[in-house]
Design a protein around this ligand. Structure first.
Ligand code: ITT
Length: 205
């Protein structure tokens, strides 16, 4: 609610659109950005928002496509995240195709474990990457990136987080990403790191 004094709004909160249809991602982003003084709104509030074809060959390019499309559609400052998993033994796959690797999270994880079943521990290295783009409607676009290194587990573990978290193992913690609570994941994740950079960019502007 905006407070109005003598007809002028006092310190109205600027809207920030989180341009994702992935609810797991939206929750993590909102938790990290809360307290920044923005009214955080998700695409759920824009049922007519267009679907975006992620035609970029890099995470950054896809984040820019999403941020620009939804900033122009909503007329508001918009933050988009394009993220995914790069597995060294699969030459970087699924990469930018992480969400299209199979139809559901469970199927994606099963397919990954099946492809990796002969891969020895030493070659199971992988990383999550998160690219963020922040777009003003019709205006400038700023970007940043974060990553976290780990390995692909032999079986899924944990029920927190989303996506590939149950099969992404953090050797220094002896846990999968899905065994961390939201604050623990955000403190070390690709998205947490990228959003810390995004916060600095937003604070500067
Ligand atoms: P939007 O495009 O609407 O944001 P999406 O799920 O399609 O939703 P991406 O195109 O960025 O998002 O695809 C990212 C996929 O990578 C996502 O569906 C997950 O499977 C995986 N992924 C990204 N971040 C992850 C995380 O923190 N933990 C587990 N899996 C993650």
């Amino acid at each position: 609610m905006n407070i109005v004094c003598l007809g002028y709004p006092v310190n109205p909160m600027k809207k920030l659109i989180i341009a994702t249809k992935n609810s797991g991602k939206a929750k993590e982003v909102a938790l990290i950005l809360e307290g920044m003084g923005y009214e955080i709104v998700s695409l759920a509030d824009y049922p007519d928002a267009p679907k975006v074809e992620e035609t970029g060959k890099t995470f950054i390019k896809n984040a820019i496509i999403k941020a620009k499309t939804y900033a122009d559609f909503t007329g508001e400052l918009t933050l988009a995240d394009d993220s995914g998993l790069e597995v060294d033994a699969l030459n970087g796959a699924p990469g930018v195709f992480s969400s299209r690797f199979a139809p559901t999270d469970e199927e994606r994880n099963s397919k990954l474990l099946e492809l990796m079943k002969e891969t020895p521990d030493a070659n199971r290295t992988a990383r999550f990457i998160c690219a963020i783009a922040i777009a003003e409607p019709g205006g400038e676009i700023r970007t940043c990136e974060g990553k976290v290194e780990g390995t692909i587990a032999h079986e899924p573990k944990g029920d927190q987080g989303f996506g590939y978290d149950p099969v992404f193992y953090l050797p220094h913690l002896g846990k999968s990403m899905a065994e961390l609570n939201a604050d623990q994941k955000n403190s070390l994740s690709h998205r947490g790191k990228a959003l810390e950079e995004a916060k600095k960019i937003m604070a500067r502007n």
